[in-house]
Design a protein around this ligand. Structure first.
Ligand code: UD1
Length: 425
């Protein structure tokens, strides 16, 4: 088990601008799913551009419990996963509850083994996060699925059959599980109202490299023609657009200047537009983008929505930016109802925010006022560290392990940019 140091916290000294260079690693939400996808083919698949974050170790551990052999080369940022002819079919609660992306083994296991038992991950700090679209999709493909003693039990003794499925909401996880089941089904599956996130396209491209027949990736309708088997493949994960967005907002909030190498601006059109409206100057550099801000940001209204809308994972950063902006803003959360828990911590830093249902009204003030605060999830944790940088005095952010789940060496990267942030236990 990777060590998570639950008592570690960040000590953040406010003031100063973040200036310098950062390099973006592979996307967490892509790599974890790519790892689950390898289950679809016996043999060794290799994933490159793997970030050095705790969640990758947890997914590796889960795959090991299913009989896979993992060899990770942190220096080369690659992971080779050897999948046995017949992997295990049960993902235990002890691991699943720590890592939401574990649910992504469901589709591949049902497709390959015709049965799977995957623990229900439970709720978490950002909302209730149902799985009904995942199971309804598998049932439409001919599986039987029910939940029993905290596990989803799915079976398809006669194999899966292509079907037309329309999602009620373009869920990222459900799109992935249905796509990774349908690739080995007999016949054609048409998935309507599918999620369009770059992560989906990345996972689909890996499946195509393994021999799958998929069209329409990145559009609301994905067509999957089932094939009888897939073979192992190599794949380089896309860069992390949420980490990219985090640094872009960090530059804007701290009136800094950050060159973000490896960033793909086309995955972040709306967030970058919002930053420009806030007064940032964003320019292309040969391998990414540079975000520069030399004045107090203007307030910007944002509503989170599935891609290509504004990502819910960047919502804590736009709220923090608005908390110190010039003017009033309205931020609407349309994806995860629990995500405003983070606002209560910002209130401790003196932010002027009123929450009404899924709307947060924010009146910007020139500077926040340091206080001890608590991270409740990955993005809230990173948001609070940045909030500490735009506060007077010293802010302690409890729950540093949340941040480790998504940001490689966050404190060290902030130090390299001139931020006074250290980890203390
Ligand atoms: C993924 C990302 C998460 C990101 C989110 C939205 C991972 C590990 N996590 O989460 O960082 O914030 O996409 O971009 O990749 N829903 C249901 N029933 C279902 C499935 C979803 O009601 O069966 C609801 C959820 O409760 C939520 C909304 O749909 O309100 C979106 O969820 P979804 O897109 O599935 O997010 P995740 O895949 O869980």
């Amino acid at each position: 088990m990777p060590e998570l140091h639950p008592l570690d916290r960040f000590k953040v000294v406010g003031g100063g601008s973040l200036r310098g260079d950062v390099a973006i690693q592979g996307a967490k939400n892509s790599v974890l799913k790519l790892m689950a996808v390898t289950l679809l083919a016996p043999g060794t698949s290799t994933i490159r551009n793997v970030p050095d974050i705790a969640d990758v170790s947890m997914m590796a551990e889960l795959l090991e419990t299913l009989g896979c052999t993992i060899s990770r080369d942190k220096a080369q940022k690659s992971i080779a996963i050897h999948v046995p002819e017949i992997p295990g079919h049960r993902a235990e609660y002890q691991l699943v509850r720590k890592l939401r992306a574990s649910i992504n083994v469901l589709g591949p296991l049902v497709a390959r083994l015709k049965r799977a038992e995957v623990a229900l991950p439970g709720g978490d700090a950002i909302g209730s996060r149902g799985l009904d679209f995942h199971t309804k999709g598998l049932v439409a493909l001919g599986a039987e699925a029910h939940s029993e003693h905290g596990y989803i039990i799915a079976s398809a003794p006669h194999g899966l059959k292509g079907a037309t499925i329309e999602l009620e909401f373009p869920s990222v996880g459900a799109t992935e599980n249905i796509m990774t089941a349908a690739v080995l089904a007999s016949g054609t599956t048409i998935l309507d109202n599918a999620a369009r996130e770059p992560d989906i396209v990345d996972i689909g491209n890996f499946l195509i490299a393994m021999g799958a027949d998929i069209e329409g990736l990145g559009s609301p309708t994905i067509t999957i023609r089932g094939v009888s088997e897939l073979t192992p493949a190599e794949h380089t994960a896309i860069p992390d657009r949420i980490v990219t967005g985090t640094w872009a907002f960090a530059a804007a909030m701290t009136r800094g200047d950050i060159s973000i190498h490896g960033a793909r601006a086309e995955h972040l059109e709306l967030p970058l537009e919002k930053l420009v409206s806030a007064g940032a100057v964003i320019t292309a550099i040969p391998d990414g983008i540079r975000v520069k801000m030399d004045k107090r940001p203007h307030a910007v209204d944002v509503a989170t929505l599935p891609y290509p809308g504004f990502p819910t994972d960047l919502q804590p950063f736009v709220i923090t930016l608005n908390a110190i902006a010039d003017g009033d803003a309205l931020v609407t959360e349309n994806v995860f109802e629990g995500r405003f828990m983070f606002v209560n911590e910002l209130l401790r830093l003196g932010a002027k925010i009123r929450v009404d249902g899924h709307h947060a009204s924010i009146s910007g003030i020139p500077q926040l006022s340091s206080a001890p605060v608590m991270a409740s999830d990955i993005r809230a944790g990173a948001g609070l560290v940045l909030a500490g940088l735009v506060s007077d005095g010293i802010t302690y952010v409890e729950g540093a392990f949340h941040v480790d789940r998504g940001y490689p060496n966050f404190a060290e990267q902030l130090q390299a940019l001139g931020g006074d942030v250290v980890r203390v236990d």
